[in-house]
Design a protein. Structure first.
Lengths: 396, 313
């Protein structure tokens, strides 16, 4: 069923809350943390006004939020939660437990840096730290994508070949709080698209008992991990199928990543999240000057579409891989490390640099991205070679 | 006293909901607690059993075998309260939506490490939010699964691997946390403390009340551990009896805020009688340590008197 487009304006947090309203999940345990706090607040108001059937559990910590979400999901409910930063860090242990229990919970993650020092602004250190927890991670450039991605999350998570939790990420404040234009979709086609959740096995299934969370010795554990890894591989196909179906309803196109003027680009920036809007402006300006600039915007980070990204970048002369997260590895950030390895496997010989940007919410302007493209043109000519990975906009 | 719904023969005839063949130690108090609490479920009622990481978890659900006849969930050490609160909430939604119709009860088990210490916040949250569930602590007074380290439930002077008695150490310097009182302060409908006495009547009656009282309930069950307490395994029932007769482990209930003492020994026995059967207190009986026994007796008496006041005895 096709949906009419409903034009309005709202923040990223409101957009996710609207998605939750349309999905009408069974259980939402959550604990307040800036900048994701508004999401459980909006849900609590919707419950208070009788607009949804969801049960909200006002837990006493994020560790308990993830534990209760896991418990509710194992019990047979469609369960969601929301968090940011240190909240995700406190959930860490349970992220792994939930994923290895193969429970299809969905989390609205509003990206904020992990403390050190305490800061409340956009950074990807929270979700990037959890990149190996076995969750699917999908990132959003703006409120529209946060909304559309959240609507697709349950379909991916609950697919029989996947059965994995999904994290839908958006940048703190920049996306979560800034009010932008958005197109909403009608309730009925969305409800039909998301569908009812009818799991095959669950704790409260009346005609069978089920046990969750075993102690597994080495004889069994490695096979469990391989099965989990295989589900992540399977997710690639499912993510694209769900995106295709979503496109049929809404006309919105989604894939593993977006290629913006990349096809014939000599110089490419690869980035995640809200900075991509700024990067698109920079690309447009440079194209006007006759410079073949392009952008690869990563949407799906887990599963990591390394081969596909490397192929899309194959004809570039120089590539800047942008990380909004330090790894303190003396070797660059997480996107840099993983994409460099993928470029090597695909024998992409372009010059490549890993750029650290926007940490702790440091503003990134169009001119900053233009500077990165300037580095790339110099790198391609052999006029510039970085001995260390550069920090964009670092004060002296 | 409470109305007697206890029929020993009928209870023993009920099918065990914790199947034999699990890997808990012979003579383990934790297992006795779990078997008997689950026997208090009315036949026909379904249950979801929760569990904090510990001896019980690793010995009763070792993949691919489970000893539980009911649905069971373990997720981690410090979150048995929160995990089961998610399950219980899911039950209400699924019932509301007409997806299930059976009567389910929610019971979670944790050792004292997972309950008094690392899981205290999660337990407190679950009780305060009012979930209709029972949290059962099988209190063996130390982290037994990792090899007898002290917990805040460990009695004073006990020799543990992190409070060893030695030339300049008397064992654990602090007295144990009174968790039942902490839980009673949550103003939940039912809190009780018990252990294995007689034919398990006290344990059964309290378990049934805990399970069938609407709202949150907390049961604290002293469950001796032969490895950590260092006693001869067949002595477990005698040790439990001495814990009660010396007033070290009083049997009481807190119903809707009202404290009720369930048993008052006619002749209160000296604490020594309870301690001397256990290797973990051996050092208290070496000459020169009489003052330690005296201090422990004094602390036990103080707590007993305080309890009598609460129970208006």
């Amino acid at each position: 069923m096709k949906s009419k487009a409903i034009k309005t304006r709202m923040s990223g947090n409101e957009a996710v809350a609207h998605a939750i309203k349309q999905i009408n999940p069974d259980v939402m345990p959550a604990f307040p943390i800036t900048p994701s706090t508004e999401i459980p607040q909006f849900v609590a108001s919707m419950i208070a006004n009788g607009e949804i059937d969801t049960e909200f559990i006002p837990v006493e910590s994020e560790h308990s939020a993830m534990s209760a979400t896991m418990g509710a999901s194992a019990a047979g409910a469609r369960a969601i939660t929301a968090t940011s930063s240190c909240g995700l860090a406190l959930m860490w242990e349970m992220l792994y437990v939930t994923a290895s229990s193969r429970l299809p919970v969905v989390m609205a993650l509003v990206n904020r840096g992990l403390t050190g020092p305490l800061n409340i602004n956009a950074e990807h250190s929270d979700s990037m730290g959890a990149r190996d927890a076995g969750w699917i991670q999908i990132y959003s450039e703006n409120n529209q994508e946060a909304y559309d991605n959240f609507l697709q999350a349950h379909r991916i998570a609950e697919h029989k070949d996947v059965h994995l939790p999904v994290m839908i990420c958006q940048d703190g404040f920049i996306t979560s709080h800034a009010v932008q234009n958005i197109t909403l979709w009608e309730d009925e086609p969305i409800k039909e698209f998301v569908g009812e959740y009818n799991p095959e096995h669950y704790l409260l299934k009346e005609d069978e008992a089920m046990a969750v969370g075993p102690y597994a010795v080495s004889n069994y554990c490695m096979e469990e991990k391989k099965a989990h890894a295989q589900a992540m591989i399977n997710a690639k196909k499912v993510i694209l199928e769900v995106a295709k179906e979503f496109e049929e309803i809404t006309g919105q196109k989604y894939g593993f990543f977006e290629e913006y003027k990349l096809e014939d680009a000599d110089f490419a920036v690869v980035a995640i999240g809200s900075v991509c809007g700024t990067a698109k402006d920079a690309v447009d300006k440079l194209r006007e000057q006759g410079i073949k600039a392009g952008l690869l915007k990563v949407r799906v980070f887990r599963p990591f579409p390394g081969e596909e990204m490397a192929k899309a970048l194959k004809n570039c002369k120089a590539i800047a891989i942008m990380d909004r997260c330090e790894s303190y590895s003396a070797n660059g950030g997480p996107l840099g490390a993983e994409l460099m390895a993928a470029l090597f496997r695909e024998k992409v010989t372009a010059e490549a640099v890993n750029v650290m940007y926007g940490l702790s919410g440091r503003d990134v302007r169009v001119e900053d991205v233009e500077e990165v493209f300037d580095w790339l043109t110099k790198m391609a000519k052999g006029e510039l070679k970085f001995t260390e990975y550069p920090y964009l906009g670092l004060r002296d | 006293m409470e109305k007697n719904t206890f029929n020993f023969r009928e209870m023993q005839a009920r099918e065990d909901r914790l199947a034999p063949g699990h890997r808990m130690c012979a003579g383990c108090g934790g297992t006795i607690a779990v078997r008997n609490v689950l026997k208090a479920l009315h036949p026909g009622d379904k249950a979801v059993v929760g569990n904090a990481t510990g001896c019980l978890e690793v010995s009763t659900y070792m993949y691919p075998y489970t000893a539980y006849e009911d649905s069971y969930i373990h997720s981690a050490f410090e979150n048995a309260g929160a995990t089961l609160s998610g399950v219980e909430t899911a039950y209400h939604v699924l019932r509301k939506k007409g997806k299930i119709s059976s009567n389910y009860k929610f019971i979670t088990f944790g050792g004292d490490g997972g309950t008094y210490d690392i899981g205290l916040q999660s337990l407190s949250g679950a009780m305060e939010r009012g979930h209709d569930m029972v949290y059962v602590c099988y209190d063996n007074g130390a982290y037994m699964n990792t090899g007898v380290q002290r917990s805040s439930a460990t009695p004073m002077y006990a020799d543990t691997t992190t409070t060893p008695s030695g030339k300049v150490s008397d064992g654990k310097p602090q007295a144990r946390k009174d968790l039942a009182a902490v839980m009673a302060a949550h103003n939940i409908p039912y809190v009780a403390q018990t252990t294995f006495i007689g034919n398990m009547k006290d344990l059964y009656v309290k378990s049934e009340k805990a399970i069938y009282t609407p709202g949150p309930a907390f049961l604290n069950i002293m469950a001796p551990c032969p490895r950590g307490w260092k006693y001869d395994a067949p002595d477990i029932i005698e040790i439990c009896k001495l814990a009660v007769e010396t007033c070290y482990w009083p049997l009481f209930e807190v119903i809707e805020g009202k404290w009720i003492l369930n048993y008052k020994p006619k002749n209160k026995l000296p604490l020594e009688d309870f301690l001397k059967k256990q290797g973990r207190f051996k050092h208290l009986f070496t000459p020169g340590n009489e003052h330690l026994l005296e201090a422990f007796q004094k602390e036990t008496d103080r707590r007993w008197e305080e309890l009598l006041k609460k129970c208006e005895m």
